[in-house]
Design a protein around this ligand. Sequence first.
Ligand code: ADP
Ligand code: MG
Length: 242
Amino acid sequence: MSMLSIQNLEAGYGKVKVLHGISMEVPKGKVVTLIGSNGAGKTTAMRAISGMIKPTAGTISLKDQRIDGLESHRIARYGIAHSPEGRRVFATMTVTDNLILGAFPRLTRSRPKGDVDGDLERALELFPRLKERRLQLAGTLSGGEQQMLAMARAVMLAPEVVLLDEPSMGLAPILVDEVFRIIERLKGEGVTMLLVEQFAAAALAVADYGYVLENGRIATHGEASKLKNDPGVKEAYLGTSH
Ligand SMILES: Nc1ncnc2c1ncn2[C@@H]1O[C@H](COP(=O)(O)OP(=O)(O)O)[C@@H](O)[C@H]1O
Ligand SMILES: [Mg+2]
């Protein structure tokens, strides 16, 4: 069953069209990666899915419910959590308050409330660096820690789907490894994810399925294990070390 289904999605900024009709399926419990060069439109796709920008054509469905065109806060209430590119945390709030804010849509009856306190503990266990700094103001965290906070906040929605836009961007290698370990763990817990990553090889290693975006169009797609060995994909996105 497709958790998130995107059909012929077009989106852009003002008169500039960036996405020229992309279609993707994210099945329940799977990790799907969207890879592509800088400027291909990956972030734009994430923004269109989460409602940060309005699609100009096409459909986006979450569990067969149309969500395209809805306001971003309503899309969050349906269960799409967006961990955006760059570190979008609330700088003047503590780590813990940022995380509780991630659960906010669950306090409005739109999402199952569940055990918010328990999930807060769980999120802090998953991200030990944040646990140590739970009372620190988010703006005083390092860039890598802020990136982890954005991921952890997304998880606090107990979402149907998590959109992760370059979670490893700007991180030291040791933190990049940690981010991918966390993604593995979330996958093991059955969290459905759409992952955009500059480290295409690592993304394809954790993902079940991949799409390659070139100039706002899906150039190729397939099982992640097959894409990893696709000569064109290797040459363009997986570096020269093969
Ligand atoms: N806020 C914006 N306003 C106008 N153009 C934008 C904006 N954000 C991105 N773009 C343009 O959209 C295109 C795709 O960008 P983006 O989706 O960020 O690519 P990617 O995430 O794949 O690197 C680029 O040409 C970029 O310059
Ligand atoms: Mg981007």
